[in-house]
Design a binder for this molecule. Structure first.
Ligand code: NI
Length: 170
């Protein structure tokens, strides 16, 4: 396993649409493991392949509380089949937008179909933090960042700060 560099916004790769994987093979499994290691090291609770520069529809998440055993999920080609009409607001952050957080409103619950690490088709129904995290990561596969759900004013404020920070670090 290896940790991978995480792309920081603004980056054109974070705005691109990722493509479905044809099948879950060794290459995909290796990427899933490297993404999990990268996510745990960051630390974070979710990571999408475009954040490590790979435009494949692959995400990993683990929303287990600190002190609980890890509960990693590896999802290829995740698709939201259903979402609740009821909405919920939560404070989101993103490893590609370090140190920026904002309240985002999304459906409170979702049902997601995906291929697991063995290539088996599965469905998961989630609410709360897991539902938020799955929607946030699936957004990444379509080039959507959590700031895209905010007002233009708030989004521009965060993106300008990130741009400035990039120049400082360059
Ligand atoms: Ni993110």
């Amino acid at each position: 396993m290896a940790t991978l560099p995480i792309l920081i916004a603004p980056d054109p790769l974070l705005k691109r649409k990722a493509q479905p994987v044809e099948r879950v093979d060794e290459h995909v499994r290796k990427l899933m493991e490297d993404m999990l290691e990268t996510m745990y090291a960051a630390p974070g609770i979710g990571l999408a392949a475009p954040q490590v520069g790979v435009l494949d529809r692959i995400i990993v998440v683990d929303v287990a509380d600190k002190g609980e055993p890890p509960a990693p999920l590896r999802l290829a080609n995740p698709e939201i089949l259903w979402f609740s009409e009821e909405l919920a607001q939560s404070n989101e952050g993103c490893l590609s937008l370090p140190e920026h957080y904002a309240d985002v409103v999304r459906p409170r619950a979702v049902r997601v179909r995906y291929l697991d690490e063995t290539g088996e088709s599965r469905e998961i129904e989630a609410d709360g933090l897991l539902a938020t995290c799955l929607q946030h990561e699936i957004d990444h596969l379509d080039g959507v960042l959590f700031v895209d759900h905010l007002s233009m004013l708030k989004r521009n404020m965060i993106m300008r700060k990130l741009q400035k920070q990039k120049k400082v670090n360059a």
